[in-house]
Design a protein around this ligand. Structure first.
Ligand SMILES: *Cc1c(COP(=O)(O)O)cnc(C)c1O
Length: 379
C-alpha cells in the first residue's frame, strides 16, 4: 500500500517569483495601474518570441478568441469548425458572434481535432477553423493549413494551452493565421487572467485595438469617434507585470514540464491499462499530463477514483467534458453518439499533477498511488 502525500499536491499551481511580486508592487505604487507602459512592454516581449509579428494583449483568452473571430470576418449565419474536446469558451465565442460551432470528432491518438474529418464538415457557410492544441500538443499545422488554403478558410488557432510548444522547430505563434493565447492562472504562463493575439499581415492592429476597447478610435486633434460596439478587453499593467516576470522563466518552465512528463512515462506501470498521451518531447509543452482510465477493468467510477486520490492528498482534474453534450449545445441539436471518440476520451480522461515546481519524487508518489488504487479497483 502506497502512502498518502504529507501535503496536498494540486494538479497545477503557478510559479511566481519574488522579483515579479516586487514588480507588481512597483506598478501599484506608480499611479498608473490599468493598461499603460507595462502592457505595451509585455506585447513587445511576446512579439519578440513570435519573430516580430504584431501582438495585442487582452484581459482573457476568451475575449482574445472572440475578437480574433470577429477580425476573421465571422458573423451571424456563419459556421466555424472546431473540436468537442476543449474548454467551453472555444465554442461559446462562436455563439456570441451569432455563428454556429460545427464539431468534428477527435483523433484517438493525439486527442486533437481529427484532420481526416474536417473536409466532410465544410459547407458553403464555413468561415473558419479553430484548432485547439489540447494539453499543449500541437495540431499538425502543415495538414491543417493545407485544408484551410484549399477551402479558403481562416484559421484562429486556440493556442491557449500551447505557449512554448512548437511545430517544425518554430514556436507556436510565430507562424500561421490568427494565434490566440490565454494567461489564465492554470496556463503555462500566467497574468492571473489574460490573453494575447498574434495578428496576421492582412489585419490592422489599430482595428484590433478598437475592438478591444469599446470601438474607440482616436482622431487627430484629440477627438474620439465610435463606429462599432467594441469590447472591454484591455489587459492591466498589474497583470502585464506578472506576465513579464513569467516570460523570463518560460523556457525553463517548458523544459521542466517535459522532464516531469518523461518521468511519468518511466514510472507509470504499463500493465495497468492506462491510455497514455503521445510521447512527444519536441513539440508539446506538456501543459497537462492526461491518462485515460481503464474504466472497463475498474470497479469504481472516475469520480470515486478522483476522490480516492484526494484522500491520498493528490489532486486530479477532468479536461474536458465533451462540449457538444452540454445542455447549451444539445439545444443546437448535438447528441450523445455524434462524436464517439471524443466521448470515449472525455469519459475516461484524468489530468495528473504537473507544474514546474513539482518534484521528481511527487511524480513517483502519484504513480505509486495510481498503481495501488488500480490494483485494488481491478475486477
Ligand atoms: C483556458 C482556455 C481558454 C480560455 O481562456 P481564458 O483566459 O480562461 O478566457 C480557451 N481555450 C482553451 C483551450 C483554454 O484552455
Amino acid at each position: 500500500m502506497s502512502s498518502a502525500l504529507p501535503n496536498f499536491l494540486p494538479f497545477t499551481r503557478p510559479t511566481i517569483d519574488e522579483e515579479t511580486i516586487a514588480a507588481v508592487g512597483d506598478v501599484l505604487r506608480s499611479g498608473w495601474i490599468t493598461s499603460g507602459p507595462k502592457a505595451l512592454e509585455f506585447e513587445d516581449a511576446l512579439s519578440a518570441l513570435f519573430g516580430g509579428r504584431p501582438v495585442r494583449a487582452f484581459n482573457s483568452g476568451t475575449i482574445t478568441l472572440e475578437i480574433a473571430l470577429q477580425l476573421a470576418g465571422v458573423g451571424p449565419g456563419d459556421e466555424v469548425i472546431t473540436t468537442p474536446l476543449s474548454w467551453v469558451s472555444t465554442a461559446n465565442v462562436v455563439l456570441h458572434l451569432g455563428a454556429r460551432p460545427v464539431f468534428v470528432d477527435t483523433d484517438p491518438h493525439t486527442r486533437n481535432i481529427d484532420l481526416e474529418r474536417i473536409e466532410a464538415a465544410i459547407t458553403p457557410r464555413t468561415k473558419a477553423i479553430i484548432p485547439v492544441d489540447l494539453a499543449g500538443l500541437p495540431v499538425d499545422r502543415d495538414r491543417l493549413y493545407a485544408i484551410a488554403r484549399r477551402h479558403q478558410l481562416r484559421v484562429v488557432e486556440d493556442a491557449a494551452q500551447s505557449l512554448g510548444a512548437s511545430w517544425n522547430g518554430r514556436p507556436i505563434g510565430s507562424t500561421g493565421d490568427f494565434v490566440s493565447f490565454s494567461f489564465h492562472a492554470n496556463k503555462n504562463l500566467t497574468t492571473c487572467e489574460g490573453g494575447a493575439l498574434v495578428l496576421p499581415d492582412d489585419i490592422s492592429p489599430a482595428l484590433c485595438e478598437r475592438l478591444r476597447l469599446q470601438g474607440v478610435q482616436r482622431l487627430d486633434g484629440g477627438e474620439i469617434e465610435v463606429e462599432v460596439a467594441g469590447h472591454k478587453g484591455n489587459l492591466t499593467d498589474v497583470a502585464a507585470a506578472v506576465g513579464l516576470g513569467q516570460l523570463k522563466h518560460l523556457d525553463a518552465f517548458t523544459a521542466r514540464r517535459r522532464a516531469l512528463a518523461r518521468r511519468y512515462f518511466e514510472r507509470l506501470d504499463p500493465t495497468l491499462g492506462l491510455g497514455l498521451p503521445p510521447a512527444d518531447f519536441v513539440n508539446s509543452n506538456w501543459h497537462m499530463f492526461q491518462v485515460l482510465l481503464p474504466l472497463d477493468r475498474m470497479r469504481m467510477s472516475r469520480a470515486d477514483f478522483i476522490a480516492h486520490l484526494r484522500e491520498r492528498n493528490i489532486g486530479a482534474g477532468v479536461h474536458y467534458p465533451a462540449m457538444h453534450l452540454f445542455a447549451l449545445y444539445r439545444g443546437l441539436g448535438y447528441r450523445e453518439g455524434n462524436f464517439p471518440i471524443a466521448e470515449r476520451i472525455s469519459r475516461s480522461t484524468l489530468t495528473l499533477p504537473l507544474f514546474p515546481a513539482m518534484q521528481d519524487a511527487d511524480v513517483d508518489a502519484v504513480c505509486a498511488n495510481i498503481a495501488d488504487l488500480l490494483r485494488n479497483a481491478a475486477q
